[in-house]
Design a protein around this ligand. Structure first.
Ligand SMILES: C[S@@+](CC[C@H](N)C(=O)[O-])C[C@H]1O[C@@H](n2cnc3c(N)ncnc32)[C@H](O)[C@@H]1O
Length: 457
């Protein structure tokens, strides 16, 4: 049996939290007892509720189906919910990503609404939120798929270059046959989505090239013995079935999930949310469109990086320079937008400085455009949040500040101002950690931080 690291000593009055801890201890035992070989994923839940990164989620049922490094800790979300009276809670996550907030709400019996604009990531979240189904139906579907894959003829010539870098012929041959089987099994049922999830969650595991914790594929870093795709897929199906069994006893599907744009929240009724828990894209040049390039290329949704603009990036908040190449926007016009009035005196000099600094740098990245467009998009998001939030309500953003080319951008203060201008009453910031202070090879030396921005009213 896998050994479980004990939680911190309980404090008096920890009722709900204690129940949570016991639940998770049991969950981990159930899962890992069933999988004696999973030495690389030993449970270690000593920091329940205290972290805001996705890694711990990889030890939790359902959350672990897809490693979305952009995500935050499900335990932390539950911690927030456990601290509040659940009867009146309606939680919105307008940047729900892989569905962490909604799943955590289901586990706590709280209604939630999740919005995600990245179509592939939305599909992942949708599959994860399909946990309320019969595991036996999933297993039968998977058995049919394995039988189909055994007999199918592989067609591997059409795959884009990135796929050739990740898989040897034998692996790709099997993956393609299983992909065909998954397509044949698509009938709109939750189990079809779960089978798709099993395939998608196996793709990086069986890659012969290294895949970094972020999105990147590292063709030069080869794994010595990549695992067999057939065994990996069997394990993925078993893991999903085990998690579904677990969830049947512990969670109720209450969440609504939509492909929508946080800037508009067109599908969310006015005054719906009493609590917003979210992590928007940071203004730090991370390209979410690229986060699923390998998976989308394998599933035939893109041929390469060039297709990401049309299929994904154009739907997202403009948080990286790839969104706003030179001449794609009129910077002066953006800076004149009425939505930016609350921060105009500060953002204009920052963008002007970026306009000149970028010309001295090799990459000449369009951080000037990016910062202006990012705050315009987020100003619209704050106005929309005011519409969809009840009065009073609370909003918690997991967010960090930014310093492209070393030019400091006070994201937290500007968000606070935009929130107040949108009609919220107050804001505070709880710093969780410093960023950009450790590494010798950092691009600039401006100290940054990350934490929780709380907006109320
Ligand atoms: C920091 S991640 C959130 C991850 C999430 N907390 C989780 O645990 O998976 C931000 C997400 O916002 C999404 N996003 C970006 N622009 C958006 C928009 N305009 N509307 C909705 N979602 C958007 C990105 O695709 C990304 O998945």
């Amino acid at each position: 049996m896998a050994s479980v690291t004990k939680y911190p000593e309980p404090k008096e009055g920890d009722g709900v939290l204690l129940r949570l801890r016991e639940d998770y201890e049991q969950a981990v035992l159930d899962l890992f007892e069933a999988d004696q070989d999973a030495k690389e994923v030993r449970p270690a839940l000593e920091v329940v509720g205290l972290t805001s990164n996705f890694l711990n989620n990889m030890r939790l049922p359902v959350h672990r189906w897809f490693r979305y490094s952009a995500g935050f800790s499900a335990e932390w979300v539950k911690w927030l919910l456990a601290e509040r009276d659940g009867s009146d809670l309606r939680v919105l996550d307008p940047f729900v990503g892989s569905g962490t907030t909604c799943l955590a709400c289901d586990e706590m019996g709280v209604q939630s609404y999740g919005i995600e604009a990245h179509p592939f990531v939305h599909r992942v979240a949708q599959a994860k939120l399909s946990y309320a189904t019969d595991p036996e139906r999933l297993i039968s579907k998977a058995e049919r798929a394995f039988a189909f894959a055994r007999k199918a003829a592989a067609q591997t010539e059409h795959y884009p270059e990135i796929i050739g870098k990740c898989y040897g012929l034998e692996t790709l041959d099997y993956l393609d046959r299983f992909r065909q089987a998954v397509e044949v099994e698509q009938d709109g049922s939750p189990e079809a989505g779960l089978l798709w999830m099993a395939l998608v969650s196996s793709l990086r595991v069986v890659s012969e090239a290294g895949t970094a914790p972020w999105q990147y594929v590292l063709p030069d870093r080869r794994k010595t013995v990549p695992p067999s795709p057939e065994i990996t897929l069997h394990k993925a199906v078993q893991m999903i079935a085990a998690d579904i069994r677990f969830m049947a006893r512990r969670a109720k599907p209450l969440a609504t999930l939509r492909v929508d744009d946080a800037r508009k929240c067109a599908t969310v009724p006015d005054g719906w949310a009493t609590l917003v828990i979210t992590s928007p894209p940071y203004a730090n040049n991370y390209d979410y469109a690229d986060a699923t390039r390998l998976e989308m290329a394998f599933m035939g949704e893109i041929r390469g990086w060039g297709d990401l603009q049309e299929t994904v990036r154009r739907h997202l908040v403009r948080a990286c320079s790839q969104h706003v190449p030179p001449n794609s926007v009129n910077l002066d016009e953006i800076l004149e937008s009425p939505e930016l009035a609350p921060v105009r005196d500060e953002i204009v000099p920052v963008c002007r400085e970026l306009s000149s600094v970028r010309l001295e740098r090799g990459g000449k990245k369009t951080y000037n455009n990016m910062i202006a467009c990012y705050f315009l998009d987020m100003a619209q998001t704050w106005q929309t949040l005011r519409r969809v939030c009840a009065s009073p309500s609370e909003v918690c953003f997991v967010i960090g500040d930014s310093a492209p080319y070393g030019v400091y951008v006070p994201v937290i203060e500007w968000f606070g101002k935009l929130a107040l201008a949108a009609g919220f009453e107050s804001w505070t910031f709880e710093k969780l950690r410093d960023r950009n202070i450790k590494w010798k090879n950092r691009k600039h030396r401006v100290p940054l931080c990350e934490g929780h921005l709380w907006v109320c009213g």
